[in-house]
Design a protein around this ligand. Structure first.
Ligand SMILES: Cc1cc2nc3c(=O)[nH]c(=O)nc-3n(C[C@H](O)[C@H](O)[C@H](O)COP(=O)(O)OP(=O)(O)OC[C@H]3O[C@@H](n4cnc5c(N)ncnc54)[C@H](O)[C@@H]3O)c2cc1C
Length: 311
């Protein structure tokens, strides 16, 4: 099928894009990689009056390690740098238009947020990752997608710019329901912020899909830090088990309280399957998804542990 008619604009700055969004009063759509939006247009599930294409705004594509100090216009150099100290990287910031393929091969991401590197390999196929963007994936908010789950597990955030200025939205507030975020119709997601993973933390992204490259039936993101047999930090989040990514906080607590022996891992995996309320669809029953949540959580914790330093 062909999409319905729409106006097309390719602004060269975010300000211009915002002015265009304002002009259409909520009836325009941002076009990023087009890997989700274009199929929706072709199926006529989305009928915007206009597309605002962000692909001509190069300043929206970058990956930067950030040390937590905000730039100061008047006294530009952070104190740590003035003192000759290298400030520790606390988060990685990615422009919304950074392609998934760039994320996949970024040495900064591989070093600071390797969970994101691993999760990216599960996103669709190579041509999709070559066009698809990290901002587009988060704004699209497919509950089976990998990036929302990683953002939830690592407690990342996004920066949204709109008519009233800029605001930072944490993962917990961003995802509202199926394909729905708390971004307003006149806001643009401009940046993604992901905290750097603790040094020595192990990680894994486990997922099951019917065919390679399909959206996950269930996906699990796991980050585990240890001090000997003690678990000093556990982060677990799912995709495909409800309208939004779900943090498995109770399962995390079991590991942080009871350690990293087999019994604790089994108990955490069991608890994970109780914490989700998946829907049934043509791909899998709710019971199967719940069962998968337990199996994949156990698997993800064990594989994360193989990469974790001893503390
Ligand atoms: C065959 C196939 C398989 C796929 N498999 C997977 C998979 O396994 N896992 C996965 O995660 N994804 C998968 N995808 C989706 C892919 O990752 C998309 O790239 C992603 O969901 C959307 O990113 P995009 O840059 O293409 O956004 P677009 O398609 O351009 O936009 C998606 C939506 O987000 C909005 N939007 C985009 N950017 C912004 C922004 N900066 N600010 C505000 N709103 C914005 C758009 O208006 C639109 O509503 C698959 C896609 C296909 C076609």
């Amino acid at each position: 099928m062909k999409p319905p008619k729409f106006d097309y604009h390719a602004p060269s700055s975010v300000d211009e894009a915002l002015a265009l969004l304002g002009r259409y009063g909520g009836d325009a759509k941002i076009l990023a990689g087009g890997q989700s939006l274009v199929p929706l247009l072709n199926f006529r599930l989305s009928r915007p009056a206009a597309l605002i294409d962000l692909n001509r705004i190069p300043s929206l594509a970058y990956i930067r390690a950030h040390d937590g100090t905000e730039p100061r216009p008047t006294h530009g150099t952070p104190p740590s740098v003035q003192a000759g100290l290298a400030a520790p990287v606390t988060e990685v910031r990615l422009g919304a238009m950074t392609r998934q393929r760039t994320v996949e091969f970024s040495p900064v991401i591989a070093e600071r947020v390797p969970l994101l590197t691993e999760a990216t390999r599960w996103v669709g196929h190579l041509p999709i990752r070559s066009r698809g963007t990290i901002g587009g994936s988060l704004a699209h908010a497919d509950p089976s997608a990998e990036y929302p789950t990683v953002l939830a597990a690592l407690e990342g955030s996004v920066v949204a710019r709109g008519p009233k200025g800029e605001r930072v939205v944490g993962a917990g507030e961003l995802f509202v329901s199926y394909l729905t975020t708390s971004l307003g119709p006149e806001e643009i997601l401009v940046e993604v912020r992901v905290p750097a993973m603790p040094a020595g933390a192990g990680y894994a992204f486990e997922e099951l899909a019917r065919r390679h490259g399909d959206f996950a039936l269930v996906g699990i993101a796991a980050v585990i830090a240890r001090d000997g047999e003690r678990c000093t930090l556990a982060r677990l989040a799912t995709s495909g088990t409800g309208p939004v990514p779900i943090r498995l906080r109770d399962a995390e607590r079991i590991l942080e309280r009871d350690g990293l022996g087999d019994a604790a891992i089994d108990a955490a995996a069991r608890r994970a399957s109780e914490l989700v309320e998946p829907d049934a669809d043509i791909h899998a029953s709710a019971d199967y998804r719940r069962h998968l949540t337990g199996v994949l959580t156990g698997r993800a914790i064990k594989r994360a542990l193989t990469k974790a330093g001893r503390g």
